[in-house]
Write a protein that binds this ligand. Structure first.
Ligand code: SF4
Length: 154
């Protein structure tokens, strides 16, 4: 985790999962797996979050909620889809009201497979998300620096 210069805050949204992936994600926060040892803090406020963890498939009702949470998060941000349902719709794929995976609504940066996704895989996904977040932060900083240089040079 030396690649990340700040402690990223995460927010978790459970779309329409069977709760399997949801429980495994919450297990990551317990002392057994303790994702906070990586400097990650769990928050309930999208405006404070850098990383969005999503479990379950997306349906007509959860899609606007997910979109609203995503839009409330500051840029840059990273989205992690957890479990087969979040990746593609999984076992709920053929349901009449299911749109599919999270990427039918949001740009997904990290895909964590599994049914249910194991806590080790979720932690691995969070570590990858931290790496991507740092890349995005560096890119933003570079863009600002270039814009400033262009402005100063007339
Ligand atoms: S991937 Fe499996 S465990 Fe996770 S929400 Fe879907 S059915 Fe449940």
């Amino acid at each position: 985790m030396s690649f990340i210069k700040k402690s990223p805050w995460i927010i978790h949204y459970d779309g329409t999962s069977c709760n399997g992936c949801d429980i495994e994600t919450l297990a990551c926060l317990t002392p057994l797996y303790d994702v906070e040892r990586l400097g990650v803090v769990n928050t309930g406020n999208p405006k404070h979050a850098d990383i969005l963890l999503v479990t379950g498939s997306v349906n007509e009702q959860s899609a606007p909620v997910l979109w609203q949470i995503y839009n409330q998060m500051a840029n840059p941000k990273v989205v992690v889809a957890i479990g087969i349902c979040a990746l593609s719709g999984g076992v709920f794929k053929e349901c009449y009201n299911v749109k599919g995976g999270v990427d039918t609504v949001l740009p997904v940066d990290v895909y964590v497979p599994g049914c249910a996704a194991r806590p080790e895989a979720i932690i691995d996904g969070v570590a990858k998300a931290c790496e991507i977040l740092q890349q995005k932060l560096d890119h933003e900083r570079e863009k600002k620096r270039t814009r400033k240089a262009v402005k100063n040079n007339g």
